[in-house]
Structures are given as structure tokens and as C-alpha cells.
Design a protein around this ligand. Structure first.
Ligand code: IMP
Length: 427
């Protein structure tokens, strides 16, 4: 069987964790390909509610091998805490593996993330301050330390000395911060390496072997298309590629293995952090949706900005990723609203834009062109068959399908695994 990618179609937090958990039942492996502990996903199943940042959502199935790929930036302490938490609640983590090529988030990355944000002042990006950007910077600057390096004390000490020479001068001379002690960082991270030793390996080989055996592999995305470092609302983006290309470079899997690409969208929009959001709701409606949907960041607890469904952005995400199907989540959050808006185009002055622009100043000037659809005002959470949804809810989903130019493969009407509707057979 082939690979199937699950990708965020918006600004992250679309509910990918639940979709991966749902699909993992039939998969043999789930592999996370990008981002780091900036992501947060919640999975609710018979063992309870789990909030995780790094461990792939497939970990709850004993038959599933879980992989943290080379494209992920790894915070070892966060990972070890998750492993301990899962173990303590009876979840087996012996089939979890971490790529030896994954870059490690070091203490100076976390420090610099905070210092850089403060230095940006009013122009801050609103990062999660988990050291993600600075870690990817070092990867590209060839200054990074990889998970495999932690296992070889001599290599690790050398790599750390090179990195700290630069980081300490940056910390002290630019930011007036105390330098970091090489010994303290070395001892702490070498100890993490020892604990992680059983998990670290060449995960590309594991994935290739699974695909060769004909097994079904889920490629689990983090964040979403509009946070992509190339295609998102730059510079208000994350530092990785949550779009489909990132899945291949972040795992070492060939594009020829891919059979399905599912794009996950909320039935509305949310965004945490700064940056343009053309369909942002007014305060009253935003507060209403945030409270109904519990829209607070899983990693930072920040209130999420809420907006109407953005068809221009959805079409863009669909084109970039080649979605073969889309998943609409949190439909139930809209149950009570008397009417719903969907954005069908952007307007700048007299000009209508049908495509998502690259230019930030242009995007900031875009006004949404809305279509208004009647709300269904009936609870949807208990519904399990597409045809049992209220006609107005079906019409809303149909409009989303048209705007995203892609058929809906799954609709989620609640956080539980079974609160899922399949309009048609998935594959
Ligand atoms: P960073 O990834 O911590 O550098 O943050 C850059 C931007 O991406 C900020 O606006 C964050 O709020 C946003 N971001 C990063 N990860 C996530 C996520 O998993 N969900 C939603 N927003 C995210």
C-alpha cells in the first residue's frame, strides 16, 4: 500500500491529529515530517485525552510504527516528557523512532527565539518561542546538531563548541545576555541523547522497508499551508515547509510512493500569532466562535483569532498540495449560527483577486468578498451519516468543496474518534 499525506490547509490547528488518529487504525506507520514542539495536537480516545507536541498521533495503536522524521526539529526534553507521560498512562512507545538526521533544538535556539521576538517589538511574528526558527536557521547555516550527533560524545562536543562560539558572541554582544556554559549544555544534552538512544535510527530505511512490504504509511503534517516558509503569509510564517514538498524532504520518501493527499480545513478559520487574516471576524462573532470552539493555542494557550472560511486561501492550499480530498473539521462549532459567510474572492480597490497574493502589503489591503449562506441551527454532533446532516449544512460543505476545487473526504463533528462522517468511501 502507498503513502497518504495529511496536511493542514490553513494556519495550523485544523484538527490533523484527530484525522491521523482516525486513519492510523488501518496504517502500519505514521511519520511526522516537519515542525517541532511549536505544534500541538490533541487526541481523545478510550485511554483519555492526550495533548502532544512531537509524538505522532498514531502512537495509540500497538500495530503502528511512529516516526519523527529528519525534517522535524527535535526538543529532546519535550519528547522525553511525552514518552514518560504516555508510558505512565499505559501507552506503548517501543515502536517510536526518531531520525538520526533530525536537528536538535538547543537551549540557545529557545533563548534566541525569545530575544529576537522582543527585538522585533511591534513587528513581532508571535512565534511559539520554542526555538523553531533559530534551529532551522542553523540547519541551513550548517551549524546544527543532529539527533545522531548526541550519541557520539566526541562529535557532539566538537559540534557544540563550533555552535557556541557563534551563539555566545551573539548572546553577549548583541543581546547583552549571559553566555551559555558549554559543559552544562553538553552534560544536559548528552544525557538526553543516552535516554533517546533506543529510539534514534535511520528512519528513512524503516519507511522504505514498510512501503516495500506494501504497508500503508501516513505522512503526518504539522502547521498548515499558510504558515509555509515559501508559500505562507511571509514573514508571518513558521520556518519549515508544511506543504507537500516538506513531506518528501522531511522523511526521505519518494513522491512516487504517494497516493492520497488529504487537506484538513476547519469549517471556519483560525490563526495564532501575528500576520494578515483577510476573513477575520469582528470581535463579537470572533469571541462567540472562540468560546464555542475552545479556540486557544494547544502549545501557548493564546486565544486564536477566528475568521470565516476563506475560499481563496483554500483554493491556493489545494493547488499547492494537489489535494485529492479535503477534510472539514469542527462543523459542529457553527451549529448555532443563523448565517455563515464564506469568502469567494479578494478585492483591492476596484480590482478583484482570485489568487492568493505573495506580497504582504497587497494581502494586507485585501478585502474579502463574501457570500452569505443560511445556518442550519441544529446540533450536528450526534450525526454519523452525511445524508442525515441538515440540508443547509450539506449545502455549506458543498460550497467549501467548490471553493477548494476538491471533494470532501471526511467531516468531523466533534473531537471523539467516532464523531466522524464519511460522505463517500474514503479510497
Ligand atoms: P514558530 O513556528 O514558533 O516560529 O511561530 C511562527 C508562527 O507560526 C507563529 O504565528 C505561530 O503562532 C505559528 N505556529 C507555529 N506552529 C503552529 C501550530 O502548530 N499551530 C498554529 N500556529 C502555529
Amino acid at each position: 500500500m502507498p503513502a497518504i499525506a495529511i496536511l493542514g490547509g490553513q494556519w495550523g490547528d485544523e484538527g490533523k491529529g484527530k484525522v491521523v488518529d482516525y486513519l492510523a487504525e488501518r496504517a502500519q506507520a505514521v511519520a511526522r515530517f516537519g515542525g517541532g514542539s511549536n505544534a500541538g495536537h490533541t487526541v481523545i480516545n478510550e485511554k483519555g485525552e492526550f495533548r502532544m507536541h512531537l509524538v505522532p498521533s498514531g502512537v495509540f495503536y500497538p500495530h503502528v510504527t511512529c516516526i519523527i522524521g529528519n525534517g522535524v526539529v527535535l526538543a529532546p526534553k519535550v519528547l522525553l516528557e511525552e514518552i514518560d507521560l504516555l508510558g505512565g498512562r499505559g501507552v506503548d512507545t517501543s515502536r517510536l523512532f526518531v531520525s538520526d538526521r533530525a536537528h536538535v533544538v538547543m537551549p540557545y535556539h529557545i533563548l534566541l527565539d525569545g530575544l529576537e521576538e522582543e527585538a522585533r517589538g511591534a513587528k513581532a511574528i508571535g512565534t511559539t518561542r520554542r526555538g523553531i526558527g533559530p534551529c532551522y536557521v542553523d540547519k541551513a547555516a550548517r551549524l546544527g546538531i543532529r539527533a545522531g550527533d548526541l550519541l557520539d560524545r566526541e562529535t557532539f562536543r566538537k559540534r557544540l563548541a563550533i555552535a557556541l562560539e557563534q551563539k555566545n558572541s551573539l548572546l553577549t554582544r548583541v543581546y547583552g545576555h549571559e553566555p551559555l556554559s558549554a559543559d552544562a549544555v553538553f552534560n544536559e544534552y548528552a544525557a538526553y541523547g543516552e535516554r533517546l538512544r533506543p529510539f534514534i535510527r535511520d528512519t528513512g530505511l524503516l519507511l522504505e522497508a514498510a512501503l516495500e512490504r506494501g504497508e500503508w504509511v501516513v505522512l503526518e503534517g504539522a502547521q498548515g499551508a499558510l504558515l509555509d516558509v515559501d508559500f505562507g503569509t511571509y514573514p508571518y510564517v513558521t520556518s519549515s515547509s508544511p506543504t507537500i514538498g516538506g513531506a518528501f524532504t522531511g522523511l526521505g520518501v519518494s513522491p512516487r510512493r504517494l497516493e492520497h493527499v488529504l487537506g484538513v480545513f476547519k469549517a471556519y478559520s483560525t490563526r495564532v500569532g501575528e500576520g494578515p487574516m483577510t476573513t477575520e471576524m469582528d470581535k463579537q462573532m470572533g469571541d462567540r466562535v472562540r468560546e464555542k470552539g475552545g479556540e486557544y493555542g494547544a502549545t501557548t494557550g493564546r486565544p486564536r483569532r477566528c475568521g470565516w472560511f476563506d475560499g481563496v486561501a483554500a483554493r491556493y492550499a489545494s493547488r499547492l498540495n494537489g489535494f485529492t480530498g479535503i477534510v472539514v473539521t469542527r462543523l459542529d462549532v457553527l451549529d448555532e449560527l443563523p448565517s455563515l459567510k464564506v469568502c469567494v474572492a479578494y478585492k483591492v480597490g476596484n480590482e478583484t483577486l482570485e489568487h492568493f497574493p505573495a506580497s504582504l502589503p497587497l494581502l494586507e489591503r485585501c478585502q474579502p468578498v463574501y457570500e452569505e449562506l443560511p445556518g442550519w441551527q441544529t446540533p450536528s454532533r450526534g450525526i454519523r451519516r452525511f445524508e442525515d446532516l441538515p440540508a443547509r449544512a450539506r449545502a455549506y460543505i458543498k460550497r467549501i468543496e467548490e471553493l477548494a476545487s476538491c471533494p470532501v473526504a471526511l467531516v468531523s463533528v466533534g473531537p471523539q474518534r467516532e464523531e466522524t462522517i464519511l460522505p463517500r468511501p474514503l479510497f
